[in-house]
Design a protein around this ligand. Structure first.
Ligand code: UDP
Length: 253
């Protein structure tokens, strides 16, 4: 993969309160590869419109986003807002596609992945599917995301035994971002990514939207119809739209 990146191009631009990096998928992969080799820890955030709304009232979440090493535009809503407020952002880098690309490049790049989150069995199944689809992918472990506080240390110990380069955490926004920020310093991994419903999709438990919905960029609507529990997220959309149309935008961090 040959990707030319300039630091200026990777500089974050503000979409509402969120500093989003203008990275394409290939640039994000190069950046994450560099994080793995850096010897330091990095949090990566895949930002969607619900996060933009939540971060307005949630200072803890906002601080975490501000301090993240990379923030990718995950959703159609963020792309729409970016288009109105900051034309520099042109490529969408969703959590599902980012994780799948990381699995795909894992064998050539040599980095390993651990999947933490989703209902029991789902992360393991997603790992198995990725290992089948991308032979040589280093899927070093999986654990569900419904453990008690009393099991926390045991989960961390399981991750630390295999020392993954990349820990993908799927517990929903903002829980996963806060979980990573609270525990990353006790975990032997280099890169931590909050990936929402990614394992449900990669495991095949939740089907991707039909092509028509994908083409119309209405995959989110399909997921709500398929899972009414997600209605809470949809309720944030009107506020998101209002925030965008009343925002002046065009700031840089
Ligand atoms: N989840 C979890 N632990 C929890 C709550 C949720 O592992 O305590 C999982 C849930 O099973 C699902 C994912 O987190 O796989 C959240 O997916 P969703 O698409 O709702 O995430 P978001 O839209 O917030 O990115």
């Amino acid at each position: 993969m040959t990707v030319i990146t300039s630091d200026a191009h990777m500089q974050p631009v503000k979409v509402l309160d969120i500093p989003v990096n203008c990275a394409s998928m290939d640039e994000a992969l190069v950046k994450i590869g560099a994080f793995v080799s850096s010897g330091e820890q990095h949090q990566v955030i895949t930002a969607d419109s619900s996060m933009a709304v939540m971060s307005r009232d949630d200072i803890e979440l906002r601080n975490i986003i501000e301090q993240a090493s990379l923030v990718t535009p995950d959703s159609v809503g963020i792309m729409w807002a970016a288009h109105r407020l900051n034309p520099a952002i042109t490529a969408r880098v969703s959590g599902v596609e980012l994780v799948e690309e990381l699995c795909k490049h894992s064998s050539q790049q040599g980095y390993s992945l651990f999947f933490l989150g989703a209902a029991p069995g789902i992360a393991q199944l997603a790992c198995e599917k990725m290992a089948q689809r991308y032979p040589g992918a280093k899927m070093v472990g999986a654990h569900h995301g419904y453990f008690n506080v009393s099991d926390l240390q045991s989960v961390i110990d399981q991750i630390n035994v295999v020392k993954p380069d990349i820990l993908c955490v799927a517990m929903g926004i903002p829980r996963q971002e806060k979980w990573i920020a609270a525990h990353m310093h006790n975990i032997r991994a280099a890169v931590f990514i909050g990936v929402g419903g990614t394992f449900d999709v990669l495991s095949g438990t939740v089907k991707r939207a039909p092509k028509l919905f994908q083409r119309m960029k209405l995959e989110w609507l399909w997921r709500v119809l398929a899972n009414p529990k997600k209605i809470g997220k949809v309720m944030l959309l009107p506020r998101f739209v209002w925030m965008v149309i009343t925002s002046k935008g065009r700031g840089t961090r």
